[in-house]
Design a protein around this ligand. Sequence first.
Ligand SMILES: NC(=O)c1ccc[n+]([C@@H]2O[C@H](COP(=O)([O-])OP(=O)(O)OC[C@H]3O[C@@H](n4cnc5c(N)ncnc54)[C@H](O)[C@@H]3O)[C@@H](O)[C@H]2O)c1
Length: 439
Amino acid sequence: MTATPAASPACMNSPADPSRRGFLFNSTAAVIGGSVAATLAHSRSVHAAGTEKPLKVALIGCGGRGTGAAVNAMRADKNVKLTALADAFPDQVTHCRQVLSRQLGEQFAVPPEQEFSGFDAYKQVMASDADVVLLCTPPHFRPAHLRAAVEAGKHIFCEKPVAVDAPGVRHVLASSEMAKSKNLNLVSGLCWRYDLGVKETMKQIQDGAIGDIVAIQENYLTGTLWHRGRKPEWSEMEYQTRNWLYFTWLSGDHNVEQHIHSLDKAMWLMNDQPPASCFGLGGRQVRTSEEWGNIYDHHAVCYEWANGVKCFAFTRQQAGCSNQTEDFVMGTKGSAQILKNEVTSGEKKWRYRGDKPSMYDLEHVELFKAIRSGETINNGTYMSYSTLLAIMGRMATYTGQNITWDAALSSQEVLGPSKYEWGKIDVPTVAMPGVTKFV
Ligand SMILES: NC(=O)c1ccc[n+]([C@@H]2O[C@H](COP(=O)([O-])OP(=O)(O)OC[C@H]3O[C@@H](n4cnc5c(N)ncnc54)[C@H](O)[C@@H]3O)[C@@H](O)[C@H]2O)c1
């Protein structure tokens, strides 16, 4: 996708390049919020089951979400301690320690020798005695970190998206199968799958409340996100890694990084069966300057399934526009809105009126419950497919071509540099529909 004919070779290596992350890609195959009370009720039932083994948790990626995920994990099970922190940058580790040591009390048990930094920090976590790892870096690094976690026999909480390119998705699918064979839990950070209201609304639809699904509309229309500026002492690699949202090789573009939450609900509605193909329009009208890297600021993608169902998916990150995040589902007998938790029309209108504990807490409640009960959760397939759905949409908007699921899944495009080290790295070019080639 991003690779225009003039695209940076350092950022978009050919899959044939033997120096490329071969180990990684040759496989074929701080919102915390919510009801603490409800979570603790779950937690007590976990302890009532009688398995009181203290569990050790390590965090990889000590930014906003990682810090939040560590809190969610500690709230989910009181017999758990945070024992290691790892990040590309030492200052991020320090900041995370300051926040969590205050917030977690005795559950914060990270000695100085268990704080790691640098691109290889994750390897030291894998060599530690942690039982569970929280993978919360920018998505580019997820395939390598996930594989290392499975190989090290860790249970895993894995933030979304799980990759930025198809070789990464294939690698994650293979790691997920490895996790299954080792009875390791793999819980995805696609958090709406754990939200009680959303789950109930999905169940209503699956039980026939709106008849057969005819069409879906996904809106993720929002404003701008953070930018961390540029410091003179930062190399280009450091600048891009710190401002990872704006570089397709690191984030996948916002169609992947953020809109995946909506696209995942479309996949869920379609029973996680992939669409046949998609086409899309996109570009950057507002993000025209260098500080915004090479991602777009809007994408509109139409996905079509073999049975004729279409999903119209819109996402925008532009300030000063009207915003909406909602999933509209149209059926033969009615319609529903997923985030509103409502069957909005049809023979039997319905609205979810139950508890609303934090979905972020619930992800971890389920994870620790499974570890303690000996059951195994594996969200590997849906987290990979939803990531590919988002990547496929980006491929369509970047190239201007129709993209089939099969072509997307077998794409050979590998995004990112051939090695990770602080220093020079090319600034990737912005994709141009009609010029940028599908690889
Ligand atoms: N589920 C959700 O609702 C949700 C919300 C926010 C973010 N996220 C996801 O969580 C992940 C992190 O997002 P964030 O908002 O915390 O970003 P962030 O920038 O605040 O944190 C990312 C951290 O990872 C570190 N990092 C970068 N490269 C690394 C590497 N190679 N090894 C170790 N550490 C590295 C960064 O220094 C930073 O501290 C992303 O995948 C994002 O999409 C999910």
